[in-house]
Design a protein around this ligand. Sequence first.
Ligand code: ASP
Length: 575
Amino acid sequence: MERTCRNTELSLADVGKKVTLVGWVSKKRNLGSIIFVDLRDRSGIMQIMIKEADKAPDIRNEYVLQVEGTVSRREVANPKMKTGEIEVIADKINVVNTAKTTPLIIADETDALEEVRLKYRYLDLRRPCMQRFFDIRDEIKITTHKYLHEHQFIEVETPMLAASSPEGAKEYLVPSRLHHGSFYALPQSPQMFKQLLMVAGFERYYQIARCFRDEDLRADRQPDFTQIDIETSFLDQNQFLTIMEGLIHEIFMNTIGYDVKLPLRQMTYKEAMERYGTDKPDTRFGIELHNLKSLFADTTFETYKTADAIRGICVPNVADTTSRKVVDNLTVEAKKFGLGGLAVLKMENEELTGGFVKFLTEGEKAALIKEFAMKNNDIIIISAGPDNRVSPLLGAIRLQYGKQLGLIKPNTYDLLWVIDFPMFEREIETGEIVATHHPFTRPRDEDLPYLDTDPTKALSYAYDIVINGYEAGGGTLRIYDQNIQKKIFNILGLSDEEVQTKFGYFVNALQYGTPPHAGMAFGLDRLAMILGGTENIRDVIAFPKNLAGVCPMSGAPTPVTDKQLEDLGIIIKKD
Ligand code: ASP
C-alpha cells in the first residue's frame, strides 16, 4: 500500500511536500464546508483538512483511510500535539475500510469498564497509551538480549511440555493423547532445565521464557507470564548480582531514561520483615514497624504477656480523621490476617487516648510516646500475636497509609536486594514445611548444621530484587552437592522414592560434575508495569486473563468436544 511516511515523521520543515498517509480516523469535525480529520497511525496523530466537504466520502471514526495531500502550516498551532504546527490538506481520500461503531472510545481517556476493554482487546490496544506500554516492554527485551549477549550469555529455549514437578505453585497439566493417564506440565519456570544447562557446561544462559502458574490471581499476577530467566556458573553471589544490576541499569536507562545508582543496597530478609513487615518493602516512605516486645516486658495485659511478637507503627497527623469506622476497618484487616484485633491509640492534647489506654501503665504510655516520637494528632497502631501474622498485617496497613497520605512521590524509583531468606517456612494453615524459594536453593554454609536440628532456622543464598515494593525478580545460588539436595527433599517430606520419580533425572545429573551455579528470573511483565507506571499487570500483557482466570475475548478456558476428550482418554466428572 502506498505510504510516504508515518504521521509524526513530518514537521514544519516538510511544508509544501506531497505526502501519502494511512491510518485510522480518530476524530472528525465537520465545520460545514470544511472537514477536519485526526488521522491516527502507530506513530501519532496528523490533522487532515478536507476543503471540499461536499465531495468528501463518508468518513466515520475508526475508518481506515489513505490520504494524499500537501503538508501545510496550521493557522493556529496546537502545542499539545507532536504534529501540532502542521496539517495535511487532502487532495484525495481513499476509504480503505469502514468500521462499525466501536464499543469503547479509542483514546487515552476512556470510561470503558475493564471487562469491555478485555473483550475488545484489539480495540483497547489501539489506544496510544496502551501502545506505549508495549514499546516499553519491547525495549526491555531488546536491552536484555543486547546486554546479556555482550556478557557472554546465550539464549536457549527449553520445553513448554515438561514433566510435572512440585516447585511451589500449582501447575497447569496437559493430557497426553498417546499416553492416556499421563500428563505434561506447563513449566512454572525453566528452573531444572536451566540448571541442567549448567551441568551441560553452557556457563551463561538466558531465555525470555513463558511460565505458567495456577495461582489465585491478583492485580500484579497472571496465570501465564513471562520471565527473563537467567543462570550462570562459577560466580559467587555478589559477582552475579553485579552483572544483574548492570542489566537493570540498562533497562531503566533505555526505557525511561532513569539512572539507577549502583551498587544497589542489600537488606536482609530479617531486617525487611522487622522494619517493613514484608519481604518486598516499599522503602520510599517511612512509617516503619517498631518492635515493642521489650517496652511491654512488664505488661499485665494477658494477650501481650504471652504474645510471640508485639509491633507497632505510628501514622502521622491522622488522629482527627481516624473515626470509629476507620478503626473498625483496621480491625477487619487484622482479622483477615488471622488476628483477633489491634490497638489504635491517638495523641490528642499531648495525651494518649483510645480504648486500649486503660491497659497501659503511665510508664508504658510515656515509653510509647518516646519510642515513636509522637506529636499531637499522630496515631499508633499496635498488633500482638504470632510474628508471621503481626508483621505482615502492619506491613499492609503501612502501605495503605503510604498511598492514602500521598507519601510516595510519583516517578520515583527505589531498588534494593533483599537477601538471606529462610530456606523453609511453615504454611500458616497446615504447619507443613515448604521451601521459601524452591527446593534447589543452597543453604548458607554456616547454617548447614540446622538442616539436622531445626531446618526452619537455616538461611539461604537467596536474593530478590525489589522495586517500589514489587518483587521484580528473584533467584538463588543452587545446591550442587547431591547429598545436600537429597537432604532438602527429605526435609520437604519427599521420600527417596518420590525424589526418584519426580526429580530422578535431575538428582542423577548432579552426579556428573556439576559446577557451582546461580541464577534468577526477572518478571518481565512486572518490570514493564513498573516502568510503564501502571499498577495493573494486565495493561502490559496483550491478551490477558481477568481476575477469574478467564480471557473475556476468546472465552478461554472453554469446554471441548466429547471427541477431543475421548481421544485424550478423559471423562469429566459432573458435580
Ligand atoms: N525459577 C525461579 C523463579 O521462577 C527463579 C530462579 O531461582 O532462578 O522464581
